[in-house]
Design a protein around this ligand. Structure first.
Ligand code: GLY
Ligand code: MN
Ligand code: MN
Length: 477
């Protein structure tokens, strides 16, 4: 980092950041691979249809009574008075129908219901003010084109109660196990039913409203059990979405490396990073950006962004764009001065080596838990050598989180439950945090399990000590 850079005011840096972005798009070290071909609307429609078919098949296989899956889009959350947070629907609902608007519900059942079929979509009736204030929601024809559910199976949300009654049917006695008519499984996203003195949750209250006391006799099961195993292996279309979100995030990382210098604040980095997302066609972040410098590098999910960057600090940049509902999650740790100190290098290299050990081990058949164990073991060994701990079991003091989580529609996507399979995508994110030195280092990459190993999807974000320092120097033009 040159003095010339340090003399620039924050007012001028935004323009420089923009110019640097233009350079990034031209390629150079860390340049992205060619953009993957994204699925067409027709391909997505087919994919939603085949996902629903898989669910119906699994429901049918549960018992001779079959079962029902019922998913509801959440209500918009209030930001202030009549202002809402940007809307984001339920990922399981989106996974099965591709509809992102509010006021949507989906019922999949092993039996035909109310002449509407086995796959029924509900849409909130359009409000007369929608067109003027927020824009019209998709109508039945448009929703059919997205989801592949025919218009004849799309009903107004006003009819939901009536249809649900028919789906579940019967009197309370009908369900009683002793009647010889055990209830069919009813998959529904509920928080645990109320206990004495506890309020009824909104989702359970919804069941009571529609089923009354029959709700107590439902064989309630969580949709995660049914759906999440399908979500662990990504389709070609999903991989294209993930690759796009990840490449956008890598671009943001490269820009962050170029503009980082003493005198900026954490919020400058967060702002420029998130601007890259928007420029690249992403809705925004997949989780609030984490940009923590100096002591804040030891706060795992730090999001206040109010500290000034100082020479000698490291800054942890843990960020992810969301593209078409798919999330990236990539972390780099940068030296604010452009050069790591010897101590910072030593800690950084351990974290890097832990990642490398995990990458070498990842392949089909490896138990998912091994990824964590392998990375943790490298860190524990080295913390011993540094004298920070006296026995390996104490490594959690400086490495207090797991190494991996699934990545997909959720930034913390359903985890591989057992052994790795080709098509799974997850993070590898070891870290070491030494609060007494204001030194936190985390590296996080997104990996795809391949037929014989893994592909680091986020490799275009510079990662080795040398690459990071070299890339930071390219900002001083
Ligand atoms: N960005 C949050 C995490 O790494 O899990
Ligand atoms: Mn993560
Ligand atoms: Mn992260």
């Amino acid at each position: 980092m040159t003095n010339r850079m340090n003399r620039r005011t924050p007012g001028t840096y935004a323009f420089l950041a923009f110019l640097m972005t233009l350079r990034l798009y031209g390629g150079g070290p860390g340049a992205a691979a060619e953009a993957p071909a994204l699925p067409t609307a027709a391909e997505w429609q087919k994919e939603y249809q085949s996902r629903r078919a898989m669910v119906l098949e699994k429901l049918a296989g549960l018992s001779k009574e079959g079962g029902t899956l019922f998913l509801r889009a959440p209500e918009p959350a209030t930001f202030a008075n009549d202002v809402e947070y940007p809307y984001r629907t339920d990922n399981r609902l989106f996974y099965l129908c591709g509809l992102a608007q509010n006021g949507v519900a989906l019922l999949l059942s092993t039996k035909e219901i109310a002449g509407l079929g086995k796959e029924i979509l509900f849409l909130k009736p359009e409000h007369p003010m929608d067109a003027l204030w927020v824009g019209k929601p998709l109508d039945a024809q448009q929703a059919a084109a997205v989801s592949g559910i025919p218009v004849a199976s799309i009903a107004s949300l006003d009819k939901l109660g009536e249809v649900l009654q028919k789906a579940v049917g019967g009197s309370p006695h009908h369900f009683h196990a002793r009647s010889g008519n055990p209830p069919a499984a009813f998959f529904y996203n509920f928080k645990k039913p109320f206990g004495p003195g506890e309020p009824v949750s909104e989702d359970y209250g919804f069941l009571l409203k529609h089923f009354g006391s029959r709700a107590f006799h439902l064989d309630l099961r969580h949709p995660a059990v049914l759906l999440d195993p399908f979500r662990q292996v990504k389709s070609a279309g999903e991989l294209a979405m993930l690759r796009t979100a990840i490449e956008t995030t890598c671009k943001a990382h490269r820009l962050a490396m170029q503009i980082t210098r003493a005198g900026l604040h954490e919020y400058h980095l967060a702002t420029e990073i998130e601007a890259v997302y928007r420029r690249e066609g992403s809705r925004g972040w997949a989780f609030p950006s984490i940009v923590g410098s100096g002591p804040n590098s030891c706060i795992l999910h730090y999001q206040r962004y109010d500290r000034r960057l100082e020479d000698g600090d490291v800054v942890i940049v843990d960020i992810g764009a969301e593209f078409g509902h798919y999330a990236a999650d990539i972390t780099r740790t940068l030296p604010v001065s452009g050069h790591f100190s010897e101590r910072q290098k030593a800690v950084y290299q351990i974290v890097y080596n832990a990642q490398e050990a995990a990458f070498r081990a990842i392949k089909p058949g490896l138990p998912f838990g091994e990824v964590n164990r392998i990375a943790k073991d490298v860190v524990a060994e080295e913390l011993l050598k540094l004298g920070l701990i006296e026995k390996k079991e104490d490594s959690g003091r400086y490495f207090p989180h797991g190494t991996s989580h699934g990545l997909g529609l959720d930034v913390h996507d359903p985890m591989p439950l057992d052994t790795l399979k080709p098509g799974m995508v997850f993070t590898v994110e070891p870290g070491i945090y030494i609060p007494q030195e204001s030194l936190g280092v985390r590296l996080e990459d997104d990996v795809l399990v391949t037929e014989d190993g893994c592909e680091v999807l986020s490799r275009s974000a510079p990662r080795s000590l040398e690459e990071v320092e070299r890339w930071m120097r390219t900002g001083s033009f």
